[in-house]
Design a binder for this molecule. Structure first.
Ligand code: NAP
Length: 353
């Protein structure tokens, strides 16, 4: 008999929660997903996520029933709440998991920034305030899927990367394979759509102030820089970067452009570094010309293109911030952690145009 609960999502009424529900509806090993919400308890999931009407039945719950979840062969928790909230709740949740016999069996994937950094000082620098659960920081595997397959295999606590951080790392890391041609410094300019700020309206997401505008924000001080630098250091990549994020009149999507001086570097040599790293990567496509946000939206693909001319080079990458930058990569990480095929629930193309 199929268990009546395999997956719990905390923060299921948000954008990330909605994307997890959408993707997990097509996952062959996960039969029942329960979404928790504070504001929408008892309401149909389709009343909050209208795209899921007729796809997912059921309503939001206030608190998960961990005893019921423990009946699953493969219990999973996704936390998709604002920064700080999952870390604040974790000690209490751990008591409940212990009582339900879930501690070792539960795969926990946090989509916030709470467990991406190595120490409390790094968290404070990136997010401000003290980390609410600092002694658990070292117990989460950083889930940059394509670069962390080995530690992810069998992992039960996973910190999902940030959306900009995913795009930047996938584009930056292969540069370290260029040897003497590896740039010591890279200029990174990237745009994101309004869904990057979540479902609650703010000045920066309100349509009239955003739809016909284009601007930079958090110049040289975005909170994802810390996790990118951590991975670069762990990979031995001696690359410094300066990152200027921009807010673009899109709903979904990230497009990042990396530029650096590259005397003597040919496009073929640069491209070969990405082919060598990503040839077998299911969700990375090397494209000619330019990547397009419209070609990846709705999908877990990251499209990358390179160019080198007249002593300079650039690398461009496009992802959907809510999928490869969030819920899709979380499902990919679950698949890797459980030893399943990496594309379960994710073998879908984007919606173009
Ligand atoms: N948006 C992106 O592109 C993106 C990409 C990567 C990572 N992330 C990260 O993923 C997390 C979720 O992002 P999101 O865009 O899905 O945010 P969101 O749309 O704002 O959703 C977060 C959900 O969490 C619940 N929530 C809010 N405050 C809470 C609290 N104090 N305690 C418990 N639940 C609370 C809310 O639901 P109820 O009020 O109904 O409980 C809300 O719907 C964030 O940490 C975000 O930084 C976002």
């Amino acid at each position: 008999m199929k268990p009546d609960m395999d997956v719990v999502i905390l923060g299921a009424s948000g954008y990330g929660g909605g994307e997890l529900l959408r993707l997990l509806a097509g996952h062959p090993h996960l039969h029942s997903v329960v979404g928790a919400s504070r504001q929408h308890v008892g309401k149909d999931i389709g009343s909050v996520h209208p795209n899921l009407r007729g796809v997912i039945r059921g309503s939001f719950v206030e608190a998960p029933d961990w005893i019921r979840l423990a009946e699953s062969d493969c219990p999973v928790l996704f936390a998709a709440m604002p920064h700080g909230e999952f870390a604040r709740q974790l000690p209490h949740l751990e008591q409940q998991w212990h009582a339900a016999g879930l501690t070792e069996r539960l795969t926990v994937i946090d989509l916030s920034g709470d467990f991406r950094l190595a120490d409390g000082a790094g968290f404070t620098q990136s997010y401000g305030g003290e980390h609410p659960c600092v002694d658990r920081l070292g117990s989460f595997v950083y889930g940059l899927s394509e670069w962390r397959r080995t530690p992810l295999a069998g992992a039960r606590r996973i910190a999902n990367p940030g959306c900009f951080a995913t795009a930047l790392q996938l584009a930056l890391l292969p540069l370290a394979d260029l040897g003497d041609a590896c740039p010591g410094w890279v200029a990174v300019s990237a745009i994101t759509g309004s869904s990057g700020s979540g479902a609650s309206a703010s000045d920066t997401t309100h349509h009239p102030t955003r739809a016909n505008d284009f601007r930079a924000y958090k110049m040289l001080a975005h909170q994802h820089e810390g996790e990118v630098r951590r991975t670069l250091a762990e990979e031995g990549a001696a690359i410094e970067f300066a990152f200027v994020p921009h807010s673009a009149p899109l709903v979904r999507g990230i497009f990042a452009t990396l530029t650096f001086p590259a005397p003597g570097l040919s496009r073929n040599t640069l491209r070969d570094a990405y082919v060598a790293r990503y040839d077998a990567a299911r969700f990375i496509r090397l494209v000619d010309g330019t990547p397009r946000v419209a070609a990846v939206v709705g999908s877990n693909f990251a499209d990358i293109a390179v160019e080198a001319k007249a002593g300079s080079a650039c690398v461009m990458i496009a992802i959907d911030n809510l999928v490869k930058g969030m819920a899709g990569q979380a499902v990919q990480n679950l698949n890797i952690a459980r030893g399943w095929s990496e594309d379960l629930g994710l073998a879908i193309a984007g919606a173009f145009p």
